[in-house]
Design a protein around this ligand. Sequence first.
Ligand code: NI
Length: 176
Amino acid sequence: MALLKILEVPNPLLKKKSEPVKEITDQLRKTLDDMLETMYAAPGVGLAAPQVGLLKRMVVIDVTRDDEPKKPYKMINPVITAHSEETTVHDEGCLSVPEQYAPVERFETVTVEYTDENGTKQTLNADGLLAICIQHELEHLEGTLFIDHLSKVKRDMIVRRVEKERRWKNSHSEEE
Ligand code: NI
C-alpha cells in the first residue's frame, strides 16, 4: 500500500465531475486500499477519488472512533437513492480544505446504493455522522466541496487561509 498525495483548494481537479467506474480491476482495488490508508494517516473519516487526483466515482469512508473496531466502506459508483425530510447542521471539515471547519446542512438519514470492491451491489441505510460523511464524499464526485455551501465571502476567506497556511509551511520546510 502507498500513501497518496491529497489535493488541496484551489486545485481545479477538485471542481471536476468524476466518471463512472466501468470495470473493477486489481489496480482499482489497490487504489481503494491506498485511499483508505491515506485517509487513516491524514487522519480523516472520508476520502473521494478526485481528492487524490483521480476523476473516478469512488469514495472510502470510516467514521468509527479510535477506540472502536474499524469499519471501512469502499464505495464504487455510489448513488443516494432516498433521504429523510429532516435535516441536521454539523460542523464539517475536509482533507482538501485542511484545518477549516464550517456548519453545513445535510439530510439526517440517507440510503446509498453502491458496488463494493468485489463487484457486489450494496444498499446501506445511514444516519448520524455516517450519513453526513456519505453526502459530503458523494458531492466530491460532482466537483462540489463543503465550502460551496457557504457564502462567497466566507468561502474565499477559507481558501485564502488554506493558501496562506500552505505558503507558510512550504517556506518553513525549505529552511530545515
Ligand atoms: Ni471532503
